[in-house]
Design a binder for this molecule. Structure first.
Ligand SMILES: [Fe+2]
Ligand SMILES: [Fe+2]
Length: 361
């Protein structure tokens, strides 16, 4: 079907059938390569909706007051040695991890997907990793932590180095011109989406999230806790984005989404869980008030299984209980009316809150 517009002396003919063929040819990978960034008509409407939710959640680190954190950090009778070590491990690990995720999103996944609405939401994802990295810089500089110490942690704490090596290896495998419609390249990309979304952001971030928010529950370091709560809300959208992308790819190429491949992904999750448990033991070498390494290890088992189930893979354990039910409460930011201690900044529009809350574990 063609539409004709007569405008003064000019005639324009628009070919609707050709436009419809273009949309039906949109794919996660292997769709038409084009220099156009034309979002409409949308095929993956969930990706555009998620982009809008993420945008409505926008926050800036410097809007979070750090005065009480600075006072507590300087005082000698508020924070224990374990509390301080958790903060150092938190800023040390995440300073590397946020950048690794953003880099992989921008230079691997966003490069290889072909539909514009997917590129749009992945661009927002990468930007949020910049915000998270910037929030860590703000925390480090506010507390006066030596930035060289932070840099040294990437190499000198073996459990941090091991977690980082686990993900960077998978990212590196895709950094060359690849035809992702080839089965081996397809599997590498699907593995990348699984490892970054479900294993790293979805599981390996949660040991420290739990510990830092445990301190926050005790009234310690409220500014840092606030920023981690915002980060956690963003991460839940990143996990969902990479989960949906993976499932779309699987639906578009069912012959490659085999039981054997799903078993490989399950084994990667088992490796991620093992790395995270060893890392938790480094974060929490002794028990402290409200902080039990055993509970955090149990939480990792619990959440890893939820991630596996969310993409239709058999869990590693069976019917594990959630040892940290309060963590879901802290992720629901609506409950805090006075979150910014009297500031009028409104970071969350009501329309996008429901989707986030439903998604939290
Ligand atoms: Fe992040
Ligand atoms: Fe993220």
């Amino acid at each position: 079907m063609k539409k004709t517009y007569l405008v003064g002396p000019r005639t324009f003919v628009l070919d609707q059938a050709r436009a419809e063929a273009e949309v039906s040819a949109k794919r996660v990978v292997g769709g038409k390569e084009t220099m156009h960034f034309n979002l409409l008509p949308l095929k993956y409407t969930w990706a555009y909706d998620l982009y809008r939710t993420m945008k409505a959640n926008h926050w800036e680190p410097e809007d979070v007051p750090m005065q009480r954190d600075i006072e507590q950090w300087r005082a000698t009778d508020v924070l224990s040695d374990v509390d301080r070590w958790i903060v150092r491990m938190g800023v040390g690990y995440f300073s590397a991890a946020e950048g690794i995720v953003g880099d992989n999103i921008l230079h691997v996944i966003r490069e290889l997907v072909t539909a514009s609405e997917l590129k749009l939401v992945l661009g927002r994802h990468a930007h949020e990793e910049n915000i998270h990295a910037d929030s860590l810089l703000y925390m480090i500089s506010s507390l006066g932590i030596d930035p060289y110490e932070c840099e040294a942690m990437f190499d000198d704490v073996p459990t941090i180095a091991a977690k980082n090596a686990f993900v960077t290896g998978i990212s590196r495998e895709l950094r060359r011109d690849m035809d992702v419609t080839e089965p081996e390249a397809w599997r590498l990309l699907a593995t990348n989406m699984f490892v970054f979304g479900q294993c790293m952001e979805g599981t390996q971030f949660y040991g420290l999230f739990g510990m830092i928010l445990s301190l926050y529950r005790q009234g310690k370091l409220p500014g840092i806790g606030t920023m981690f709560r915002y980060t956690l809300r963003d991460e839940s959208n990143h996990i969902e984005l990479l989960r949906r992308l993976l499932l779309e790819m699987a639906a578009e190429t069912p012959a490659l989404w085999t039981p054997a491949f799903r078993t490989q992904l399950r084994e990667l999750m088992a490796e991620a869980v093992d790395l995270e448990k060893r890392f938790i033991d480094d974060c929490l070498p002794v028990e402290a008030t409200g902080l039990s390494a055993g509970e955090f290890r149990g939480y990792i088992d619990y959440i890893a299984d939820r991630r596996l189930e969310s993409i239709g893979i058999e869990p590693l354990g069976a019917n594990l209980a959630n040892p940290l039910p309060w963590l879901a409460e802290l992720m629901d930011i609506r409950k805090e009316q006075n979150f910014f201690e009297g500031r009028v900044t409104e970071y969350q529009r009501a329309s996008s809150l429901a989707a986030v809350a439903d998604d939290e574990l």
